[in-house]
Ligand binder design. Structure first.
Ligand code: NDP
Length: 262
C-alpha cells in the first residue's frame, strides 16, 4: 500500500520536500506519496491529527509550526527536546513521536563537503530557531567551541544559558553582531538576512576558513564576502537535503546517500 506523507506549513508553496522525498523513494524503491498541506495559522493541530487519523505515516513541519509540533508530541528524541522544535512527526504504538533533523542535516551536509567538525571552532550568526536546532548536533559532531553572535545580544545569551548544560564538551559563548573578531574554522549564517535582502557586513578582523549560508536560492551578502575572501562557501541546499534524508530514514528504515541528491 502506498505510504502517505505530508509537509505542513504556512506558506508552503516554496517547499522542496515533496520532490526530495519522491526522489529518495524512486532511488530506494519505497512506495509513497508526499504532499504539501497549507494550513491556517491556528489550524496546525487539527490538520496534523486528521492526517494521522487517515493513516498518514509521517509529517514534516515547517515555518511557523515547529514549536507547536514540539508541544503536541508524546515522545521526543533528545535533539528535539533540546531544540524545543520538531520538524518530523510519526505515530508509534498510538503515541505521537517527534524529532528535529535540521541540525543533523547541516552536519551531514558539511561532512559531505569534506569539512571536519571534530575539534573545530564555529561562529554562528543569528540566534533564532535554526541556531537552536543545530547547536547540539554540531557539538555531538565534535565542535570544540561555538560562539553565537546575534544582532540582539540578549537572545544569544539566552541560548547559551539554555543549551550549555546539554553540550558539556563544547565551549558555548554569546556575542553581539557588532563585536565580531577572532579566527574560526567555520562561520555559519543562520540569520534570515538573505531572506529579507539585508546586508551582513563581516569585519576584516574576523578570520574564517569555511562559510555556510543556511538560506538557499537567494542572493547572499554573506556568501559574496566569503567568495571575495576565497574561502570554501556554500548555501543551505545540502542542509535541506540532509534533514529530508534523516526524516526519510526514520519513517522508511532506509537511508539514501546525500551525495546522490546534491
Ligand atoms: P528566526 O526568525 O528564528 O531567526 C532569525 C535570526 O536572524 C535572528 O537571530 C535575527 O536577529 C537575525 N536577523 C534577521 N535579520 C537580520 C539582519 N538584517 N541582520 C542581522 N541579523 C538578522 O529564523 P530561523 O532561525 O528559523 O532561520 C534562519 C535562517 O536559516 C533562514 O535563512 C532560514 O531560511 C534558514 N534555514 C535553513 C534551513 C535549511 O534546511 N537549509 C533550515 C532552517 C532554517 P534578532 O534576534 O536580532 O532579530
Amino acid at each position: 500500500m502506498t505510504k502517505q506523507f505530508a509537509v505542513i506549513g504556512n506558506p508552503i508553496e516554496q517547499s522542496r520536500s515533496p520532490e526530495l522525498h519522491h526522489a529518495f523513494a524512486a532511488k530506494t524503491g519505497v512506495d509513497l506519496n508526499y504532499q504539501k498541506i497549507l494550513t491556517p495559522l491556528d489550524g496546525f493541530e487539527s490538520t496534523a491529527k486528521d492526517f494521522f487519523a487517515r493513516n498518514g505515516v509521517g509529517i514534516n513541519v515547517t515555518v511557523p509550526f515547529k514549536e507547536q509540533a514540539f508541544a503536541l508530541c508524546d515522545q521526543l528524541t533528545e535533539r528535539a527536546r533540546i531544540a524545543k522544535a520538531v520538524n518530523t512527526l510519526w505515530m508509534q504504538d498510538g503515541k505521537l513521536h517527534g524529532d528535529n533533523t535540521d541540525g543533523q542535516g547541516l552536519v551531514a551536509a558539511m561532512q559531505a563537503l569534506g569539512w571536519h567538525l571534530d575539534n573545530s571552532r564555529i561562529l554562528i550568526l543569528g540566534a533564532g530557531g535554526a541556531t537552536r536546532g543545530v547547536i547540539y548536533p554540531l557539538a555531538q559532531a565534535g565542535a570544540k567551541q561555538i560562539v553565537i553572535a546575534n544582532r540582539t545580544l540578549a537572545r544569544a545569551e539566552q541560548l547559551v544559558e539554555d543549551l550549555s548544560a546539554a553540550v558539556p564538551q563544547t565551549e558555548l559563548k554569546a556575542t553581539g553582531l557588532e563585536q565580531l573578531s577572532g579566527e574560526y574554522d567555520f562561520v555559519i549564517n543562520a540569520t534570515s538576512a538573505s531572506l529579507t535582502g539585508d546586508t551582513l557586513q563581516l569585519p576584516e578582523s574576523l578570520i574564517f576558513h569555511h562559510a555556510y549560508e543556511m538560506a538557499y536560492g537567494k542572493p547572499s551578502s554573506f556568501l559574496d564576502q566569503a567568495q571575495q575572501r576565497q574561502v570554501p562557501a556554500t548555501d543551505g541546499y545540502g542542509m535541506l537535503v540532509g534533514q529530508a534524508i534523516e526524516a526519510f530514514s526514520i519513517w522508511n528504515g532506509v537511508k539514501p546517500e546525500l551525495k546522490d541528491f546534491l
